[in-house]
Design a binder for this molecule. Sequence first.
Ligand code: IPD
Length: 281
Amino acid sequence: MTATPADLPDADQIRALRELADHLARSAGSLVREGRPERVAVAATKSSEVDPVTAMDLAAEAHLRALLAEHRPGDGVLGEEDGLQPGSTGITWVLDPIDGTVNYLYGLPAYAISVGVVVGEPDPAHWTPVAGAVHSVPLGVTYTAGRGQGATKDGVALRVNEPRSLATSLVGTGFGYTVERRTHQARVLAELLPRVRDIRRIGSAALDLCRVAEGSLDVYFERGLNPWDLAAGQLVVQEAGGTVTGLRGAPAGVAMTVAGPSATVSDLVAVLTGLDADRDA
Ligand code: IPD
């Protein structure tokens, strides 16, 4: 079910949810920063042998869930590692304990804690994001947003870039973990690369979205995002004046997410639709 305006928290409640999201993301960030061993080991794999889970993914999610049980016991929680625990308030916290696990594994400085707060079904097709925080662990910076209340990076207001042509746009993207998906993504990339300024594959979807919001990427697209990759970063982009959408009139979600200044997003959506970038073949 999609939320109606009457279901949405008021401005003070949104402020409080944003503050708590900020606190949670920083707190889990400290845990991840201080607990990082010299060499990180893979604890398990998920969709393929190159889709890792580390002990710290599990520990950080447990930490976030414990804080939520203390501060917001009636709310639902959807986390990357432990799934959905339904709540009774209509509010769900959507958690990625480490977004950019491969970077964390290799010690590359682009991984983040993502804490989104949504109303309605915790599914990008139906939810309304109302607050969120993304904490970059290696850089120690935090992006936050509240619905109707703007987006900030460590307290400084964010604004997406002015729209520019695709030919002069720096485009962020990411790739799935299965051979079938990557084969088609490689074809899409081969067609797109000659038409844009350049491509960046940073390795954390939540940070890619925040980069669009701060203007260090012009636009971003990816097929295969999960709700926890998207919930907080989507709101950060929207509150920084950007658009976040899918292809063929669909909302952003697993099939495709495109984020950036509205006019650039329209141009990129047209190209990606022509390339069937929301399909696997
Ligand atoms: C992944 C990262 C990556 C994106 C993948 C995500 P994870 O999240 O955000 O940039 O390309 O689609 O699954 O697995 O590190 O939490």
